[in-house]
Design a binder for this molecule. Structure first.
Ligand code: RFL
Ligand code: PHB
Length: 389
């Protein structure tokens, strides 16, 4: 098969990019290892910045997002006793939208056939070749039958474990990594949220987050040691822990119910440079990971895709190669700022095993400063809604 752009991975990055290119009349094919049901079973991000909402709107695929998404004008930091509200709308003039990654992915998947975007599911052994040339190609197998796609560009949207990043030679690569000594134990339940806005809490007993998917579906997290097993956390134990860590105000509004999903996600900061090598460009988790504090992962994938689409449109429509050449530097400038914000918020809101009374006193002082400083709140708010693309 021959196409202009071969996209590896049908997560939000790959599907968004495929739709954006198709809308510009650029030929592309998405190759995905899993089946749609598996992809839609992954419970991940929940908070969308303007960039992500804007791309869905530009594609005309935001019907359900507009109808079902919850517009959030602020969020809260909790220090064990009080809630410090960050009035995002007043401080920045912008808002975020609560709408699950699962729903975005479903909207993009459902629209693929009618928009003529080919997505090949169940592709095994995907491999990249000749990425340093102008004629790269991708091989894979479906039902044991070998296949090949020849393209002008290959875009790696295949997440942290996919093959794309590994195709870039070690001699040109730089990796930056921080692995955190805890994970987030998440619970999804069909109960109304305890608070209309998110609460990130740093309590004596550890971190907690109260989030939601809708007026009737809640998403909560507590941080746990990496040695913990999800089987040892009954629903009741998680609800008890949440009630303590989120503080009395949130606990009073909390409705308990049976979990419909429960899992532990490890936390990592990771950046791979460069994000382009020859005819291969990386987007989303294939190039970088942020810890989930601040909800930047999916939104960073969206901003990468925005830059990549811009570069590919310039290349195919105007024979302009400059944006392709500049893609890595442009994307990385925003990636590093989101890495910084996610890391700062993670440091502020979690207890690290190596921390002593001094580090704890610094967290308390920082939260106290934030509670009394409009400048500090504005800085947090502008990062939370998303820096400009
Ligand atoms: P994805 O969503 O991982 O999609 C990559 C796609 O590539 C496919 N793939 C392959 N396809 C073909 N051949 C191969 N060999 C392949 N290997 C992989 C995969 O099957 C998949 O369909 O990456 P993308 O599109 O870059 O999107 C990024 C976001 O998914 C990610 O940043 C966020 O979900 C991160 N993240 C969270 N972000 C938040 O903002 N808030 C959260 O609460 C949150 N929770 C999470 C998360 C990521 C998690 N991971 C990666 C395990 C919870 C988890 C558990
Ligand atoms: C979520 O709703 O899953 C969520 C929200 C905010 C975060 C992380 C996860 O920072």
């Amino acid at each position: 098969m021959k196409t202009q752009v071969a996209i590896i991975g049908a997560g939000p990055a790959g599907l968004l990019l495929g739709h954006l290119l198709k809308a510009e009349g650029i030929d592309c094919v998405v190759v995905e290892r899993q089946q749609p049901d598996y992809i839609l079973g992954r419970i991940r991000a929940g908070v969308l910045e303007q960039i992500t909402v804007g791309l869905m709107a530009r594609l005309g695929l935001d019907g359900r997002l507009k109808a079902e998404g919850l517009v959030e004008e602020g969020f809260n930091l909790a220090d064990g006793e009080r809630l410090i509200r960050i009035d995002v709308a007043n401080l920045t003039g912008k808002t975020v939208v609560v709408y699950g990654q699962t729903e975005i992915t479903k909207d993009l998947m459902d629209a693929a056939p009618e928009r003529g975007l080919p997505v090949i599911y169940g592709a095994e052994d995907v491999a990249l070749f000749d990425i340093e040339s102008d004629a790269p190609y991708v091989t894979y197998a479906v039902n044991g039958e070998a296949q090949r796609i020849d393209a002008r560009f290959v875009i790696g949207c295949d997440g942290f474990h996919g093959p794309s990043r590994k195709a870039i030679p070690a001699s040109v690569a730089r990796e930056y990594e921080r692995v955190y000594p805890f994970g987030w134990l998440g619970i999804l339940a069909d109960v109304p949220p305890c608070n209309p806005e998110l609460i990130y809490a740093n309590h004596e007993r550890g971190f907690a987050l109260a989030s939601m998917r809708s007026h009737t579906r809640s998403r909560y997290y507590v941080d746990v040691a990496l040695t913990e097993k999800v089987e040892d956390w009954s629903d009741e134990r998680i609800w008890d822990e949440l009630a303590v860590r989120l503080g009395p105000e949130a606990a009073a509004g909390m409705t308990r119910g049976p979990s419909i999903e429960k899992s532990i996600a490890p936390l990592r900061s990771y950046v791979f440079e460069p994000m382009r090598h020859g005819s291969l460009m990386l987007c989303g988790d294939s190039a970088h990971i942020v810890p989930p504090t601040g909800a930047k992962g999916l939104n960073l994938a969206a901003s990468d895709v925005h830059y990549a689409a811009e570069a590919l449109v310039a290349y195919f429509k105007r024979s302009d190669n400059d944006a392709v050449i500049g893609y890595s530097a442009k994307a990385l400038a925003r990636v590093w700022k989101s890495e910084r914000f996610s890391w700062v918020l993670t440091k502020l809101m979690h207890r690290f095993p190596e921390d002593g009374p001094f580090e704890r006193a610094m967290q308390v002082a920082e939260l106290d400063y934030i509670s009394s400083s409009v400048a500090a709140q504005t800085s947090i708010a502008e990062n939370y809604v998303g820096l400009p693309v």
